[in-house]
Design a protein around this ligand. Structure first.
Ligand SMILES: Cc1cc2nc3c(=O)[nH]c(=O)nc-3n(C[C@H](O)[C@H](O)[C@H](O)COP(=O)(O)OP(=O)(O)OC[C@H]3O[C@@H](n4cnc5c(N)ncnc54)[C@H](O)[C@@H]3O)c2cc1C
Length: 476
């Protein structure tokens, strides 16, 4: 593929086009296990520049992969077919905050936590709260339909996007959605773009729904001797009609890892569940917290603690918050990999699924943790293994396949919040067999030359392990 570098420099400026090997290497991987060099990195500063770059790429059939912070866990920004990485981080302006209309307008490169820092002075916040909020961009959150620990109450990014401006594959700019909470006007195209992982268009502006910061919150924690009791406590809480703002599970692998990494002294039990309620009225929040406490007790929860002290809440949540980087401390020589990492199952199947995950891991000689936003039915796992050993990768591959087969048999879905990229392509294609043709038709209509993040989602390769080199050194 011959890319006209001087032409790209003419569009975005000399300093915003990078094609030296050191820069390309930085953009070759994300938080997934994969790695593949792009041909060039382009950093646009305006919608007009995005349009011109995309128009040029379309004319010459060059792949374009939009990228925010590159924190995606499934290879979404790994340029499987090479081409242009469109780094959107320079488009980072908060354009407007209209608190009376409960909305704000932002460019896609705005960082989630930075937006919340600014919104706080207005008494508002943007509800999706990914643990990667310190780095991830609004464009990337839209790309993956990200959510987080508060999704149990507030939903995912899709629920918080009202509208957007999008550059299509031919370079045209379209405005989708509206500025209103309700919108019944035809096809919901803004919602279609959310979760499309950069395959249908490049988001250059987003209109986001914001919420008032609750005045009061309280948190609790309960220990469980069995995963079944923890799972039952979670499903009963949700079915009881109380609306926790957080309901998080950590299994014994997760507990051991954070204890090893941070010396937190969490109890050595099968599972702990952390719960939080928030709202404008203290009595209402206290009522809900006490309801959850009672449900924990009736499911054999022990060591139950409840607090509204801000420092104590930070302490309770600290282990969960720092879990991902702690996982590699679970045991000497085992490293964490983002594989089979965020399936969702119907609420009543959480306990069964977590137990099955451990069985599958053991059978394939790897370790899997299970934790996550279980109040929303979402289970995070990571595979812990000796990443230098080829046999471990083969075991991981078998484990991934078996986990997804089980999740599907339970009526669950491949990804609850991290998206598909191509790490999860095979399971996604099996799960969505009935709608694959429809997805392909939409892609073909909007991107006939297949330039926007090709070979992802329904077009993924079947074998994630051989699709690109791994970003790990594998010796034997
Ligand atoms: C430690 C850690 C914790 C995490 N915790 C969570 C969590 O709690 N919840 C959660 O949901 N995710 C989580 N993630 C995953 C990831 O952070 C989210 O998916 C995040 O939203 C990605 O944002 P990003 O800016 O890094 O996007 P990228 O990874 O750069 O891109 C993600 C996708 O969006 C597309 N994209 C980016 N910008 C645009 C644009 N302007 N227009 C069109 N498409 C675009 C890309 O092409 C790609 O397909 C976590 C990741 C890590 C590493």
């Amino acid at each position: 593929m011959k890319i006209d570098i001087p032409k790209l420099k003419q569009i975005v400026g000399e300093g915003n086009v990078r094609d030296n090997i050191a820069d390309l290497y930085v953009y070759a991987s994300d938080a997934s296990v994969h790695s593949k060099l792009p041909d060039v990195v382009v950093r646009p500063s305006s919608t007009k520049e995005v349009q011109e770059v995309v128009r040029y790429a379309n004319k010459n059939k060059i792949p374009v992969v939009a990228r925010g912070a590159g924190s995606g866990m499934s290879g979404q920004t790994v340029p499987l077919s090479g081409g242009i990485i469109l780094d959107m981080k320079k488009m980072d302006k908060i354009i407007d905050i209209r608190s009376q209309d409960l909305l704000c307008k932002v460019q896609p490169g705005v960082i989630n936590d930075e937006l919340n820092r600014v919104l706080k002075s207005y008494g508002f916040f943007f509800p999706p709260t990914p643990s990667s909020g310190r780095i991830c961009t609004i464009g990337g959150m839209i790309g993956t339909n990200a959510s987080g620990n508060r999704s149990v109450k507030y939903g995912a990014t899709r629920d918080a996007v009202l509208g957007m401006k999008v550059v299509l594959a031919n370079g045209d700019l379209v405005t989708l959605g509206s500025n209103t909470k309700v919108d019944s006007s035809g096809y919901q195209l803004a919602r279609l773009i959310v979760g499309s992982e950069g395959t249908l268009g490049i988001v250059v502006e987003a209109t986001l729904r914001i919420s008032p910061v609750p005045k009061y919150r309280a948190m609790g924690v309960a220990n469980f001797a069995t995963l079944r009791d923890a799972g039952n406590m979670i499903s009963e809480t949700i079915a009881s009609g109380v609306t926790p703002s957080m309901l998080e599970l950590m299994d014994n692998v997760a507990i051991t890892a954070v204890n090893n990494a941070q010396n937190l002294g969490l109890p050595d039990v099968a599972a702990i569940v952390i719960f939080e309620c928030n709202g404008m009225v203290k009595e209402a929040v206290d009522y809900e917290i006490n309801q959850i406490k009672e449900i924990s007790k009736s499911n054999h929860g022990t060591g139950i603690k409840v607090t509204d002290d801000p420092d104590e809440m930070v302490r309770i949540y600290n282990g969960r918050k720092k879990l991902f980087p702690s996982l590699s401390k679970y045991a000497e020589g085992l490293y964490t990999t983002a594989l089979a990492d965020d399936m969702a199952v119907p609420m009543s199947k959480i306990a069964d699924t977590v137990q099955k995950i451990h069985e599958i891991a053991k059978k394939n000689n790897v370790v899997m943790s299970a934790y996550g936003h279980c109040g929303a039915g979402l289970i995070h796992t990571k595979i812990l293994m000796d990443t230098t050993k080829k046999a471990q990768w083969q075991g991981a591959k078998r484990a991934v396949k078996e986990v997804y087969e089980y999740v599907q048999s339970m009526g669950g879905t491949t990804s609850g919040e991290h998206g598909i990229g191509f790490s999860k392509g095979q399971s996604f294609k099996e799960e969505k067999q009935d709608s694959l043709a429809m997805m392909k038709a939409i892609k073909k209509a909007l991107d006939p030359n297949n330039i926007l993040n090709p070979n992802k989602l329904m077009d993924s390769p079947d074998d994630w392990l051989t699709a690109t080199p791994l970003r790990y050194q594998v010796s034997a």
